[in-house]
Write a protein that binds this ligand. Structure first.
Ligand SMILES: [Zn+2]
Length: 67
């Protein structure tokens, strides 16, 4: 079982500012998905929970970097 992380306490390791929830859209196997991710409002770094890091979220990372 994955442990729940207290999102309120997640800060960007680069900027030291609190991350905020943001919607991330991504495509996986021809389908469009969206999910809520914690994102740094300053540099745009995204915090990826372990349970989401196992595959599909990798595409979201790519999409965000393309901007
Ligand atoms: Zn940052």
């Amino acid at each position: 079982m994955a442990e729940f992380v207290d999102f309120e306490e997640i800060t960007c390791s680069r900027c030291g500012v609190k991350m905020a929830l943001a919607r991330a859209d991504f495509r996986y196997l021809g389908h469009n998905f969206h999910t809520e991710v914690m994102r740094c409002p300053k540099c745009g770094a995204v915090y990826i929970p372990e349970e989401l890091a196992e595959g599909k979220i990798a595409d979201a990372e790519t999409a965000l970097e393309d901007k």
